[in-house]
Design a protein around this ligand. Structure first.
Ligand code: HPA
Length: 236
């Protein structure tokens, strides 16, 4: 047990999928895993461990924002031995050629700051995904015929952004979408020599104002979970 995770030693798999929303962790575990078992519910942050095609997987919520994700990712890596962490979540599109429901696989994540900024100080560190996971995720998305974009994303500090000029700068520099967690996941994974990736579904569009209807959120989310699982276990 750690401060924020009630799982016993050995109850968390080396591969962890991390949606922001704990109820999505529950849904994904019940939908995609066999023998899924609840292993954490401290503060309502649900985590499940089960099997996907015979491989042990944990699906554990991260909460919203890098500060929350950092708590869970640190404990999963340092205390439970997680070796592969894949964020699955939603993002807002920042390019015209990216559409609602498309999948974005994040090669890098640009930020104003992260919980690691204090360590990096004057450095503009470039948090980046693990290449083997990224390559496997792209292959998995192609096999499934899911419209997918690979490139940089923006991990914002706030959802209600009072600086629309920042979004403009991101768009002008080819950033595909905005979310709030991936950069610190990448920082932590690089620091602790484990693998990380973010696979995101476009839920809203910052340039057009379009949004994914509530009744279509679950099915789009399913494509992303399958891509993440196939990326983690490319031989399965
Ligand atoms: N901003 C930040 N995070 C998000 C957004 C957004 O527009 N959409 C989905 N996650």
């Amino acid at each position: 047990m750690t401060i924020h995770i009630g799982a016993k030693p050995g109850e968390i798999a080396e591969t962890v999928l991390m949606p922001g929303d704990p109820l999505r962790a529950k849904w994904a575990a019940e939908t995609f895993l066999t023998e899924a078992r609840l292993i954490n519910e401290v503060r309502g942050m649900l985590g499940y461990t089960g099997l996907w095609r015979g491989n042990r997987v944990t699906i554990h919520g991260s909460g919203m924002g890098m500060a929350s994700l950092s708590i869970y990712a640190n404990e999963l890596i340092r205390d439970y031995g997680a070796k592969t962490l894949i964020r699955i979540g939603s993002c807002g599109a920042m390019q015209d050629h990216v559409a609602i429901r498309d999948v974005i696989i994040a090669m890098t994540a640009t930020t104003l700051s992260t919980p690691s900024s204090g360590i990096f100080r004057e450095l503009n560190f470039a948090p980046h995904a693990d290449w083997s996971l990224l390559r496997a995720a792209v292959t998995a998305a192609e096999v499934r015929g899911v419209p997918t974009h690979v490139g940089g994303i923006y991990s914002a500090d706030v959802f209600y952004d009072e600086r629309p000029d920042l979004n403009d700068i991101m768009t002008r520099h080819g950033i595909l979408g905005v979310e709030m967690e991936a950069a610190e996941l990448y920082n932590l994974a690089l620091r602790h020599k484990v693998r990380a990736l973010a696979v995101l579904t476009v839920s809203d569009h910052l340039l057009t104002g379009a949004a994914l209807p509530a009744d279509q959120r679950q099915s789009s989310f399913g494509d992303m979970v399958e891509i993440a699982l196939a990326a983690a276990f490319p031989e399965s």
